[in-house]
Each structure stands twice: as C-alpha cells, then as structure tokens.
Ligand binder design. Structure first.
Ligand SMILES: [Zn+2]
Length: 280
C-alpha cells in the first residue's frame, strides 16, 4: 500500500486518526479468546500490532509530513538541553526549566513559538488517537518533579522516587544482586518528550508506531514511580524481548518480582516490556 494512503490529516493539520472500534471491550476478553481459532478479527489485529510493534500498520497515524522539520528542530533543542544539564538531571526537569535553560545558553538557543506550540499541542492530544490506550498520570504540560522527592541511584545515572519506588528497587536489588541494574527511573514530561520525539523521528513521523514502544508525554508511569531494570552488560538488549533470556529476568520471575506494567497481552496498545516494573 502506498504510504501516502496511511496519512490522514485532521483539521488541526497535525495528525490523522482511525481508532479501531470496540478495542477496549474486546481486549478485556483477549485472555479468554486467545486460544480460540475463530478469534475476533479486531482482537487478532490488535495482538498482532503489539507483537509487531515496530512495523507500520494500516491504521497508523502519521504526523503531517510538513511538520517533520519542526519535530527535528524541537528534538535537537531538547537533546542540547540534555547535554547541558546532564543526562541524569535532565530526567527531572520540567518543560519550564527546559525552556529557561535553552534561553540561557546561546549554544542551545530559545525554543521558538512554533516549537513550544508543537510541544503543547502534542502533550494535550488524546493518546488514543494514536492507539495508545493507557491512562494519563500527568495531565499538566508544565508538571514539575520536586528534586527533593527523587533520589539518585548510585552507579546508574538514574533517579527513583523516594518511598515506594526506592523500596521496591532495593528489595529486588537485594534479592537478585549485582547482576541487576536500574536502566531507567523517573522521567519528567521533558524527558518523555525527548524519548518520544526521538522515536517518532526514527519512525518517520508514525506516531502510532512510536507510541507502541514509548508512552506519549504525560502517559508514562515513569513520571509517577515505575522503573526499568536490566542485566548488567546487556546494553540496549535490555530493552528488547531477548531480556527474557537473561538470568536477571529469570530470577525476577522466580522470585515473584516481575510485576509488569506492559504484559504480552496488555490492553494499553503497547509492546511487551518484560523490563518495566509496575510500582505506581
Ligand atoms: Zn519503562
């Protein structure tokens, strides 16, 4: 199919949308019907989509291609803010702090009005338009994470929320030992924007495909307590299905710590994430 036929445009000129009908209700039934050969077509389609998350799908929504340069310039500026404030601290800063930092450093340059409008518009878009069906724990574009609420986890470059997140992590770490590492912790709106826009750029503006791997800004539970773990020395493969082959994952399952947010048949419209620990 010609890629242009995938691109539908809303009156806002940002994105186009087709949400498969009855997905929410259908997915609730997915566990029961999974083994049935005559499984309902749209459930089969949904499960295939989250299984093949990194492939385009006929109902995917693309950013208006005219906006791709805007996506690139916004992403570049966010990446410059990240290298200026440091990778660790970047995961805590709000949009207002990112705007302030960009304006204060000539090497970054202030966000343009167009870039800020673009970020704000994306933030307030309903994720369900892309096929992301989870809740939105952060509902304010300017949400802040008080530094005093977070704790840097030594040797990881990542922060966790004090309290339950740190307790869960320390319990898991104590049980599994030095082979287990925290690979991603607290993520502010700013950090989630950087990750999401980076993925959207890699996906050629396919916002649905991006949202099957990364929650759109505001929708990530990393902003309220969830975190990712991995196997020491496993690098990027910690964020792939092969993480399930590691001793760390096997121990997570055996010790009962694998309380996953995004299971194989999750109803969020998201890929299977065996590394993402549900806390919030
Ligand atoms: Zn995660």
């Amino acid at each position: 199919m010609n890629r242009r036929t995938f691109i539908r445009t809303l009156s806002a000129g940002l994105i186009g949308a087709t949400l498969p009908s009855g997905v929410h209700a259908a997915i609730k039934l997915s566990h029961q019907v999974r083994r049935k050969p005559n499984m309902d077509a749209h459930i089969r389609d949904y499960l295939a989509k989250i299984e093949h998350f990194d492939a385009p799908h006929p109902n995917d929504l693309y950013l208006d291609q005219k906006r791709m340069p805007l996506l690139s310039s916004t992403l570049r500026r966010l990446l410059k803010v990240q290298s200026t404030v440091g990778h660790g601290f970047f995961s805590l800063i709000s949009i207002d702090q990112a705007i302030h930092t960009a304006g204060a450093y000539p090497s970054i340059g202030a966000f343009t009005r167009e870039e800020l409008d673009f970020l704000e518009m994306l933030f307030y878009k309903d994720g369900a338009l892309y096929g992301f069906l989870g809740e939105k724990p952060l509902y304010k574009f300017t949400a802040t994470i008080p530094v005093k609420d977070a704790m840097k986890i030594p040797g990881t470059g990542n922060y966790l929320f004090k309290g339950q997140s740190v307790q869960v992590y320390e319990t898991i770490k104590k049980a599994i030992g030095p082979e287990l590492i925290l690979t991603s912790g607290v993520r502010s709106v700013t950090k989630q924007f950087m990750l999401f826009l980076n993925k959207a750029a890699q996906c050629n503006g396919n916002l649905s495909m991006a949202s099957r791997s990364l929650a759109p800004p505001g929708y990530s539970y990393h902003a309220v307590g969830d975190f990712d773990v991995g196997q020491v020395g496993y690098g990027k493969r910690n964020f792939s299905r092969s993480f399930t082959d590691t001793p760390v994952f096997k121990e997570l399952v055996e010790s009962g710590f694998a309380t996953l947010r995004y299971t194989r048949t999750n109803n969020f419209g998201v890929r299977f994430e065996p590394w993402h620990i549900k806390v919030a």
